[in-house]
Design a protein around this ligand. Structure first.
Ligand SMILES: [Zn+2]
Length: 108
């Protein structure tokens, strides 16, 4: 299976959140796919790259994940600004034991 690069405007969802959210990239890394800036595994910062995923099914609060770790499963041999490129199979751990996955890669 081929995995695609994730660009600004991709959507992700949390297994414990009620709604998908958009991934943001305030500062481009200088690499583009079809005109859109490609993200890397270090683009995991809550409030900067990661927004809100609706309400958390576990706590009932707004799901604004705290995400201390980088995304997993980046493309190790394609570095974007010295970090592996973010791929559509990448995953991120959310604060309330949720797993955040890429829903759409943002390329269309
Ligand atoms: Zn969550």
């Amino acid at each position: 299976m081929e995995y695609s690069y994730v660009v600004r405007g991709a959507t992700a969802k949390c297994t414990q959140g009620t709604d998908p959210g958009v991934l943001n990239l305030p500062t481009c890394h200088g690499v583009y796919s079809r005109g859109k800036p490609v993200m890397n595994i270090a683009d995991h910062v809550s409030g900067q790259n990661i927004g809100c995923f609706g309400f958390c099914k576990l706590t009932g609060d707004v799901c604004v994940p705290q995400t201390p770790f980088k995304w997993s499963d980046g493309k190790e041999d394609v570095l974007i600004d010295n970090e592996p490129a973010l791929l559509s199979k990448s995953k991120l751990v959310c604060s309330a034991s949720g797993i955040i996955t890429i829903e759409t890669d943002g390329q269309d």
